[in-house]
Design a binder for this molecule. Structure first.
Ligand SMILES: Cc1ncc(COP(=O)(O)O)c(C=O)c1O
Length: 368
């Protein structure tokens, strides 16, 4: 018998969600974002599952891209942060990776490199996020220089939205205006400027725009939007984090439970102990009352999350017993659902951090 905690990964749901991302933007092609180990879901298994559907993948670094190549993935792979050292360039050219260029030293390194083949260059425009990328003026001079150099091929404009997940779209629309103005200028000089704009929230809220879009979190069935929206019903959760009760305790009224005694039993209370803790990636900031599903029924977290365990009030669940299935998020066997977004709200965080935070000691079990 091994520890009962596991992350069930539903690859059919991943393919379904990828298809949703395609259907929302039929005139654009969807790059499946697989960085951070596919948001905790296992990048290679997810890439293999999407091999027949996705024309390209995206990751953060050459290390993540090489791991996919080593696993047999043949598709183009976009390096969203480009290269971190100029000496990665020959490998990028050999592997046919598509690299973002966000800083002047990267553009200069490419212009000065002696490479076996031109490199697919995705020049990053800072349209308003102010994280990575070039101003409009810098962008245009780099675009012209790269186009003339013979070192770059298949050039694209890539940019990122700062507020696409919010209800208020005014800032996103300002970014769109900056993008349109930049493209118009370059197109007036005779350049084609294909672009890649939308992450998941922009895929859901922006009707059109871009040769490519690059959804990440929505592929894993997690809702990226701040406001209630119809898409969250369409997406299917890919990860179910589940475990079991490993002990059941009767705690007298007034007795504390767990570290710091944060929870004090308000009455005689039945407490279930769940094999899952922050050492598995469950957020220690989970507030009192954070929901879990015990045998498919909601039950509130009672006390602090510890490294390997947490405690849940099961006083109202007469059937709950040692060995009862506990769903931390995802889908319980009886079909009851607890979204990772809801759990994230209780932890004052976002679904992205919970998914990417599931630690390697949690076995991933795949269904196709
Ligand atoms: C540059 C870039 N593009 C796309 C994505 C995917 O975003 P999302 O997971 O919101 O779809 C990310 C994620 O952080 C990113 O940094």
């Amino acid at each position: 018998m091994s520890r009962p905690l596991r992350a069930l990964i539903d690859l059919a749901a991943l393919r379904h969600n990828y298809q949703c991302a395609c259907d929302l933007f039929p005139q654009s092609r969807a790059i499946a974002v697989l960085k951070a180990n596919a948001y905790g879901h296992d990048a290679l298994r997810c890439a293999k599952a999407l091999e027949g559907q996705a024309p390209a993948f995206a990751v953060a670094s050459i290390e993540e891209a090489l791991a996919l190549r080593a696993g047999g993935i043949q598709q183009p792979i976009v390096l969203l942060e480009g290269f971190f050292e100029a000496d990665e360039l020959p490998e990028i050219a050999r592997q046919g990776f598509w690299t973002a260029l966000h800083s002047q030293w990267q553009v200069d390194a490419l212009l000065n490199a002696d490479l076996p083949a031109p490199v697919h260059a995705w020049l990053k425009f800072d349209s308003g996020m102010h994280r990575l990328g070039f101003s409009a003026k810098e962008f245009m001079s780099n675009w012209r220089a790269l186009a003339a150099s013979g070192k770059a091929m298949d050039m694209h404009l890539i940019t990122h939205f700062a507020t696409a997940d919010l209800v208020d779209h005014r800032y996103r629309d300002i970014q769109l205006e900056h993008i349109a103005a930049l493209r118009a200028q370059l197109e007036s000089e005779g350049f084609q400027v294909p672009c890649c704009l939308a992450n998941s929230p922009a895929t859901l809220t922006l009707q059109g725009a871009g040769t490519w879009h690059r959804p990440g979190v929505m592929l894993y069935g997690a809702d990226p939007l701040e406001q209630a929206n119809p898409y969250s019903q369409t997406l299917r959760p890919v990860m179910t984090l589940e475990s079991e009760l490993i002990a059941v305790r009767e705690v007298a009224a007034g007795e504390p439970v767990g570290y710091g005694g944060r929870f004090v039993a308000p009455r005689a209370t039945r407490i279930g102990v769940v094999a899952c803790g922050y050492g598995d990636g469950y957020d220690r900031h989970a507030r009192e009352g954070t929901p879990l599903l015990v045998g498919g029924k909601r039950a509130p977290l009672a006390g602090r999350v510890s490294m390997d365990m947490m405690t849940v009030d099961i006083s109202h669940l007469e059937d709950a017993h040692v060995g009862s299935r506990v769903t931390l998020w995802g889908r319980a066997p009886d079909g009851a659902e607890l979204s990772v977004s809801e759990v994230a709200n209780w932890c004052d965080t976002i679904n992205y951090t919970l998914l990417t935070g599931v630690t390697p000691r949690v076995p991933r079990i795949f269904s196709t």
